[in-house]
Ligand binder design. Structure first.
Ligand code: ADP
Length: 718
């Protein structure tokens, strides 16, 4: 597969045909009144002024006040803004949809649609920006990748860090690198001009951010460099209020940091709690949806916060089933799922106007909390939980856990109901239960595996990770543990310097574990197949959930063809390759095998990108063994499994005499998940690519490996 972009550019005319540009201009003009009515609009001049005088602006404003869409446009024509403006997003959904929106508002096409486009985006496995891009929305991970290639990010005049309140590990790294660049603490060769930084947050945690950029980080062990430290007295002079009237919203400090508070528009939202706690919140949500739908007038869309794709798809099905039985005179219900793994075109449907006599029901993860503003919502149903990544010390790895959200997240969710009119928020928990929620969500950097973060730091030349400027410093043990993990993967040497392997791993848009698998596979002549497996691991759920016994029986024969006794990874490989070989009707093939067509299309995209990236790193994929999808040779299968093992060495378990599996590092009991083709099987050792904890420790994505391979890798990495 050849890279599509250069070819596309060759065939795209330089100038946009006038018919299209006329349409774009009309759309731009139509949107202007909407933009002018956003709460941020009156602040445009002060924001520009702030950045004329200072390099750093900390801007807070409620979700929907217009930060993400307007701030980059405000800065575009400033004198200092000769190059591109980067604006980061924690999620790809938001990066893409914001780029489209801003493109429309500016009367410009987006990224790959035309080389003349002024707006672009760059997300993992999809870079749609061109030579004329002036505003580029990127996921945080992509900006970090760019920082590895060019530490001073000299192509940008400004970096806007959005959604800082979400406090992903990546945002913390970006803030650390940026604080070094703007304060001059870091030699930033290649930067002749100052870099302007705007830090935007939906919550008013201004003071910590100001302190941080002033080099007064609460954990700072070195002195603040050449920025004078703000004293408490100065901070009083900064007069950072929790809320302030718009005309006094801008505060300039003499230390190069301005702050600005944008007051949002919020109508009252009534909170309704459950009288009794419930376990079955899907059922409860279903009842409330229909209660609202039958009783409340239109317009008034419903936004339901759920934990993830599984819950969303279950509720979607239930709502659609019940809606079929509604009387003709009842308005229609239109369900729209919204989660990170959803393909772009499906996500975009959220923003299309509600059809007449219809009520939208948006079923979302916490994406809709602050990242994506969904218009038209009057009713919020909040399950009170979300899936979060958490490091499990005893297992030594991250896992996704369903946990109660924090009070601040619950308040954000509730706020979504009051954007356009007074609304209502149904909380699927009791008022008493709410009291036990944490005040705010613990930043990811304090609860997750840090090996990816440290690899990124090392690759960007940070030698002393323990003294990196962190907004919240992770505990020393966590940093050391992550260094040890990198040592196990041979990504760093014994003196903690990054190795050649580590340098390659850092340049791949994958976790260190998966990166290590790729690098290993290149040395074992099985890269092309391993890329297929990793692509399948990078999407959620290739195989559809078989809910009924009937379905299970139906699937047994067709899915059985794909199952491999070596385990789930070889099964995934066969699935990807059979799908790729299928030329006549891929959709029908998926239906027959109970495979998600949506997921497989994503897999194919990712595989194409990964092949390109491996090529760029001179990890050249060798041509596939032609027999692999029918009967791969044993040696070839072993090479694939050993490559996986090299990365997943921390996720291995051995069979004990009592027939239980115990992890090799950590000696914890794990069981093979029922979804695995190895469920119930006893083999001498297993590796697993995922770990789930639902009352019990489950290994998901399991392959059988030989015990002596495990031993060899362990010896190699000590
Ligand atoms: P903030 O960053 O302060 O949360 P945004 O700039 O994201 O605010 O949103 C401002 C307004 O633009 C919102 O009313 C939102 O509904 C609208 N908007 C944002 N993205 C899109 C989109 N892709 N399509 C349609 N409207 C959008």
């Amino acid at each position: 597969e050849t890279p599509s972009k250069p070819a596309l550019y060759q065939h795209t005319p330089k100038a946009i045909p006038s018919r299209i540009s006329g349409h774009l201009v009309k759309r731009r003009d139509d949107l202007l009144p909407q933009r002018k009515s956003l709460p941020i609009w009156p602040h445009a001049d002060s924001i520009r002024q702030a950045l004329k005088n200072n390099n750093v602006l900390v801007l807070t404003g409620e979700t929907g006040s217009g930060k993400s869409t307007q701030v980059p446009q405000f800065l575009l024509s400033e004198n200092w803004c000769k190059k591109c403006i980067a604006i980061t997003q924690p999620r790809r959904v938001a990066a893409i949809s914001l780029a489209r929106r801003v493109g429309e508002e500016m009367g410009s096409l987006v990224g790959s649609q035309s080389p003349a486009a002024k707006v672009g985006y760059s997300v993992r496995f999809d870079n749609s920006s061109g030579p004329n891009t002036k505003i580029k929305f990127l996921t945080e991970g992509m900006l970090l990748q760019e920082m590895l290639r060019d530490p001073s990010i000299s192509q940008y005049s400004a970096v806007i860090v959005d959604e800082v309140h979400e406090r992903s590990v990546n945002v913390d790294l970006i803030l650390g690198f940026l604080s070094n660049i703007v304060s001059g603490r870091e030699q930033s060769q290649g930067r002749k001009d100052p870099l302007k930084v705007v830090v935007m947050s939906a919550t008013a945690d201004v003071e910590a951010l100001v302190d941080f950029f002033a080099g007064e980080s609460k954990n700072e062990e070195t002195d603040g460099g050449n920025i004078k430290t703000i004293t408490t007295k100065d901070k009083k002079a900064l007069n950072v209020p929790a809320k302030s009237p718009p005309d006094q919203s801008l505060h300039l400090s003499k230390h190069g940091i301005s702050t600005c508070f944008v007051e949002g528009r919020q109508y009252p939202v009534k909170t309704i709690y459950l009288p009794e706690p419930t376990q079955d919140w899907i059922e409860t949500a279903l009842k409330i949806i229909f209660q609202i739908h039958y009783k409340e007038p239109l317009p008034g869309d419903i936004l339901v916060f759920l934990t993830g794709q599984d819950a969303i798809e279950s509720l979607e099905k239930l709502v659609n089933d019940y809606a079929e039985g509604m009387d003709k005179d009842v308005p229609k219900l239109l369900t729209l799922p919204l989660f990170a793994a959803l393909p772009q075109h499906a996500q975009q449907r959220i923003f299309t106007p509600t059809p007449p006599r219809t009520r939208k029901v948006i079923l979302a993860t916490n994406i809709a909390e602050t990242s994506v503003t969904v218009p038209g919502v009057r009713y919020v149903i909040d399950c009170g939980k979300s899936k979060i990544k958490q490091f499990r010390n005893r297992l030594g790895l991250d896992s996704l856990l369903v946990k109660p959200i924090s009070k601040s997240a619950a308040i954000q969710r509730k706020g979504r109901a009051g954007r356009e009119a007074a609304g209502r928020c149904y909380r699927l928990y009791t008022e008493e239960g709410y009291k036990y929620f944490e005040e705010r969500t613990v930043p990811e950097i304090l609860r997750c595996d840090l090996s990816h973060a440290i690899l990124t730091m090392k690759a960007r030349g940070v030698d002393d990770v323990l003294n990196f400027p962190f907004l919240d410093r992770p505990p020393r043990e966590a940093l050391e543990k992550a260094l040890l993990q990198l040592l196990t993967l041979n990504a760093v040497t014994e003196t903690s310097a990054i190795s050649e392997t580590g340098t390659k791993m850092a340049k791949l848009p994958l976790t260190p574990t998966l990166g290590r698998v790729i690098v290993e596979a290149a040395t074992r002549d099985c890269l092309i197949d391993v890329i297929d497996i990793i692509s399948a691991l990078s999407v959620e759920n290739v195989f559809l959930n078989l809910v009924t016994e009937e379905k299970k029986e139906e699937a047994a024969a067709t899915r059985g063809e794909l199952y491999k006794r070596e385990g789930d990874h070889m099964t995934l490989l066969t699935t990807v390759q059979r799908f790729a070989e299928e030329v006549s009707d891929r959709k029908a093939w998926c239906e027959r095998h109970f495979v998600s067509h949506r997921a497989m299309r994503n897999v194919m995209d990712i595989r194409k990108q990964l092949r390109q990236q491996c090529n760029q790193l001179s990890l050249v994929p060798l041509s596939s063994d032609p027999t692999v999808s029918t009967t791969p040779s044993e040696a070839h299968t072993n090479a694939i499994l050993q490559s996986l093992l090299r990365g997943f060495i921390s996720n291995t378990a051995r069979l004990m005499p009592d027939k239980s599996y115990r992890t090799v590092m950590g000696n914890q009991t794990v069981s093979i998940h029922p979804s695995s083709v190895l469920f119930g099987k006893k083999v001498e050792a297993i590796l697993f690519s995922e770990f789930v904890f639902t009352g019990k420790a489950w290994a998901r994505g399991v392959s059988a490996v030989q015990s002596d391979w495990v031993q060899t890798v362990i010896q190699e990495s000590m």
